[in-house]
Design a protein around this ligand. Structure first.
Ligand code: ZN
Length: 104
């Protein structure tokens, strides 16, 4: 299992969203990727989806997007903020890199 997979197992999207200041009602929140006046983003356990602009991703992409940082930095941030104790400072595994590129 890669570091990214472990993070996604341990931290749900709604939990991370709330932690980084996104308020949601019934799983819906204002999209942080476009100028959203009415909540059009749905937060699922493992990913988010915006019905307005089509933004979509997992918990790491969510944190990267909210904070304006890279996926790697987001993984480190989640690890630190949620006290996961993962060794994210070691070189990123090949699987993680492949996964990041697939998302783009
Ligand atoms: Zn959106």
């Amino acid at each position: 299992m890669t570091t990214f997979e472990i993070i996604k197992e341990r931290v749900t999207v709604p939990r991370a969203a709330e932690y980084y200041g996104i308020t949601s009602r019934n799983g819906m929140c204002c999209c942080f990727e476009h100028n959203d006046k009415h909540p059009s983003m749905k937060l699922y356990e493992k990913n988010y989806h915006c019905f307005g602009c089509g933004a979509h991703g997992d918990v790491i992409a969510l944190v990267a997007s909210i904070l304006g940082i890279s996926m790697i930095e987001a993984a480190k941030r989640i690890n630190a903020d949620f006290g996961l104790g993962l060794d994210v400072d070691k070189p990123v595994s090949r699987n993680d890199i492949i996964m990041i590129h697939r998302k783009r």
